[in-house]
Unconditional design. Structure first.
Length: 270
């Protein structure tokens, strides 16, 4: 069983909800990334989504766009991100790591070469924001051949037929985008999320993780009541922005912020 499969199995058995933090690799500098990943685990992360910085993001709001700019200014690139995962694996063999990014850097390196190196470095899954499900038959089998899960986005506007198509290609979990817009854009409608997740569950048994609008412990708890996992990104990345000139303080800051969400999730009742 994959690391992702094992984590979600154990969460279900314990009656708990997953906490999936996102940070951008290389932000505020590549030398801090592994320590920040370790800090997320200390704060209660079940899975880590690690962003691959890209110059032309389409789904990321201004907070994560600026994080990509900071990382790119230090020369962070896809192969370096994989080496950072490998360094993280030297201290953590359990926590799944999902790369989240865009297709261009993967195509530039070559899908086969990327999948082979990603697996060797300890990556567990890949979420390519601009990979349409129509392209998945050319992409997902290569990842599967190397033991990597293909994570796909489902939007509030996704119709049943498209949800079915995505579910056929996906593995690991599905990422439900909780609002129409970019990351960190607005407050989410938990009732609407609940209804859409019920629709999605008619087409898949994969765990459903919700992101794009989780900002604080209260929201995390509300989403945790209806989802299998909660994804938090911009709220953490904004802390990295605030402390970019004080990186020594960042691990404790991220651990403290994520731990508050972990407590709220664990205290929430269905």
């Amino acid at each position: 069983m994959s690391r992702l499969g094992a984590v979600f199995r154990d969460l279900r058995a314990a009656g708990r909800k997953g906490l999936v933090p996102y940070i951008t690799a290389g932000d505020p500098h590549p030398r801090h990334t592994v320590r920040l990943m370790q800090a997320l685990v200390a704060g209660g992360a079940d899975v880590i989504e690690l962003g691959v910085p890209f110059s032309d993001p389409m789904a990321d709001g201004p907070v994560i766009q600026l994080a990509c700019e900071r990382a790119l200014a230090h020369g962070t690139h896809l192969w370096q991100v994989l080496e950072l995962v490998a360094a993280f694996r030297r201290t953590d063999a359990k926590t799944p790591v999902v790369l989240m990014g865009y297709l261009n850097p993967i195509e530039t390196r070559g899908l086969e070469a990327f999948a082979r190196k990603a697996r060797a470095c300890g990556v567990d899954g890949v979420l390519v924001v601009d990979l349409a499900v129509e392209e998945a038959p050319e992409f997902a089998p290569v990842l599967r051949a190397h033991g990597l899960d293909s994570i796909f986005l489902v939007a509030p506007t996704s119709p049943a037929a498209r949800i079915q198509a995505i579910a056929r290609e996906a593995s690991g979990y599905l990422y439900y985008v909780s609002l129409k817009g970019v990351t960190g854009a607005a407050s989410l409608d938990v009732g609407g999320v609940r209804d859409k997740l019920a629709e999605i569950r008619r087409h898949t048994r994969l765990p459903l993780a919700v992101g794009f609008g989780v900002r604080d412990p209260k929201t995390a708890a509300q989403v945790g009541r209806v989802a299998d996992a909660v994804i938090v990104g911009s709220a953490l990345v904004d802390e990295i922005r605030k402390y970019a000139r004080k990186p020594a303080a960042l691990p404790a800051v991220l651990t403290r912020k994520l731990r508050a969400m972990r407590r709220a999730l664990d205290a929430a009742k269905d």
